[in-house]
Design a binder for this molecule. Structure first.
Ligand code: GBH
Length: 488
């Protein structure tokens, strides 16, 4: 009787069948929240820590950041980490994604240099506390805070960086790998490299347009591949952990759905952003469209060789398959159409795509680049499934920036929308998504936007000495989703 009634209802109201509300998150699906060292720790010169490229540049050029803010104190999590962990615990999350500051562990930065015992004690305390609270630590080894001492020798553009990074990563495996089983080698190579070395919106603000980003990414990929193979050989047999890397991408939708060139532009933009790293990791080498276009434009521009470096065959093999699972950071969607209206040389010219927004989309009041377009996540996940043979994927970041205040209805809308689309991607499209991470646990130092763009489920009062933390409405909503495993 009931089932007959259900059939009738489904015929009359077919949306019942496609409504994500009836789906729940699989039993083994994991939920978490993320932060990063420079954005929350503060204590910029405490206990032996030295300057990262962010400390150095923002002390030298305070005007580059909104309200002349910097990460000197941030959320003071270096001292308040216990309270942070309690917030993660009370949320009901399964894991906490955090990063380690290279400049704390190895104040001199370089390979072979002295380990700072105070930093070891600090991260040991955090890791032990997480574990004793039943939380899984997932650790980002590099979230953008390169030791300034290594930038002095060219940073990520100098291939020597590979050995320095590998030493640092091995150091953290040696110190914490008995307890940490989930490692993320790099957060968002695109931003490390394209913004940091081709442009001026991330440290070290190097501005070698069309060149720096490619050199940097090449060395980041080589560093990742090398440390993966080392872990596989030397650590996995005893530590038995998993290694990942997380890349971010916007979803690019053809501006005009009926235009083949707009569709092609959207695909090209995805290849130049996410494929730049995913193609070497999953299929081997850079995407053909990047190689062709960058080689061609470099020649036209008179460069003696391509601005896109070449991998050797053995490097291609080292990087291909160098992951146990892959990370995706996703925030927003843009429209794409072809355009060559950019300076040369530049990655934008190489890509040849102009992006824009749809006036219908809700735009974050504090981050103009961030638009609430939940279906973009589903389309992206399906694209990844098809393009990269449905790899095991963790969403390592997704979030919304609000103004201050506890009634963050806009963030609640964003979370419900994106998680509903995620449920559809899992249940209707068969996407292999293993976990979801909300960015961020706390309001924190949002890079050049300082403390104006608030990404926290928990509000932080940056005017109080205590950096008082207060959960927002969205914290309760996410807590309910984790508990009920459905989206209402
Ligand atoms: C992630 O980057 C980062 O991993 C995280 O650290 C960061 O806090 C979070 O997202 C939120 O941004 O102001 O127009 O110049 C995602 C990439 C980097 C995209 C900053 C927007 C600023 C664009 N974001 N970028 S703009």
């Amino acid at each position: 009787m009931i089932s007959k009634l259900f059939v009738v209802i489904c015929i009359l109201f077919p949306q019942v069948l496609t409504d994500s509300n009836r789906y729940s998150f699989p039993e083994e699906f994991l939920f978490g929240v993320a932060t990063a060292a420079y954005q929350i720790e503060g204590a910029f010169d405490e206990d032996g820590k030295t300057y990262s490229i962010w400390d150095y540049n923002l002390h030298k050029n305070p005007d580059w950041v909104k309200d002349r803010a910097n990460g000197d104190v941030a959320c003071d999590s270096y001292h308040k980490w216990k309270e942070d962990i309690q917030l993660v615990k009370a949320l009901g999350a399964n894991f906490y994604r955090m990063s380690i500051a290279w400049t704390r562990i190895l104040p001199s930065g370089h390979a072979g240099s002295q380990i700072n015992e105070k930093a070891v004690l600090h991260y040991n305390n955090i890791i032990n506390e997480l574990i004793s609270e039943g939380l899984i630590p997932m650790i980002t080894i590099y979230h953008w805070d390169l030791p300034q001492s290594l930038q002095e020798i060219g940073g990520w553009m100098n291939p020597d960086i590979i050995d320095h990074y590998v030493f640092y990563a091995q150091t953290v495996f040696n110190l914490f790998g008995d307890r940490v089983k989930h490692w993320i080698t790099f957060n968002e190579p695109y931003h490390i490299c394209e913004e940091g070395y081709s442009g001026v919106s991330m440290a070290p603000f190097f501005n070698a347009s069309g060149i720096g980003g490619y050199l940097c990414s090449h060395n980041v990929l080589l560093s990742h591949g090398k440390i993966y193979r080392l872990y596989e050989k030397l650590y996995k047999p005893s530590q038995n952990g998993k290694i990942s890397i997380t890349m971010d991408t916007t979803w690019y939708e053809a501006k005009d759905q009926s235009s083949d060139s707009d569709k092609e532009a959207a695909q090209r933009k995805l290849q130049f952003n996410y494929g730049w790293y995913m193609h070497p990791l999953v299929k081997g080498n850079y995407p053909a469209v990047m190689i062709e276009r960058i080689d061609k434009f470099s020649e036209q521009e008179g460069f003696p060789k391509s601005r896109l470096p070449k991998f050797t065959e053995s490097e291609i093999e080292m990087i291909r398959g160098s992951y146990d699972f892959l990370g995706l950071n996703h925030y927003s969607t843009s429209l794409a159409e072809p355009s060559q209206n950019f300076n040369q040389p530049s990655q934008n010219y190489d890509t040849g795509v102009q992006d824009s927004g749809d006036p219908e989309w809700e735009v974050s009041k504090t981050s103009p680049w961030l638009k609430d377009v939940p279906w973009g996540l589903r389309k992206l996940l399906v694209w990844i499934k098809e393009e990269y043979r449905n790899p095991p994927l963790f969403i390592f970041e997704n979030g919304w920036s609000s103004t201050s205040g506890l009634m963050d209805e806009d963030r609640v809308r964003y979370i419900n929308g994106y998680l509903s689309e995620l449920l559809k991607a899992i249940h209707e499209d068969g996407c292999n998504v293993l976990g979801y991470t909300h960015w961020s646990l706390l309001d924190n130092f949002e890079w050049l936007s300082g403390y104006s763009a608030r990404f926290g489920l928990v509000e932080v009062d940056f005017n109080s000495r205590e950096r008082t933390r207060t959960p927002r409405l969205s914290y309760r909503v996410y807590q309910n989703i984790i508990k009920s495993r459905i989206v209402n």
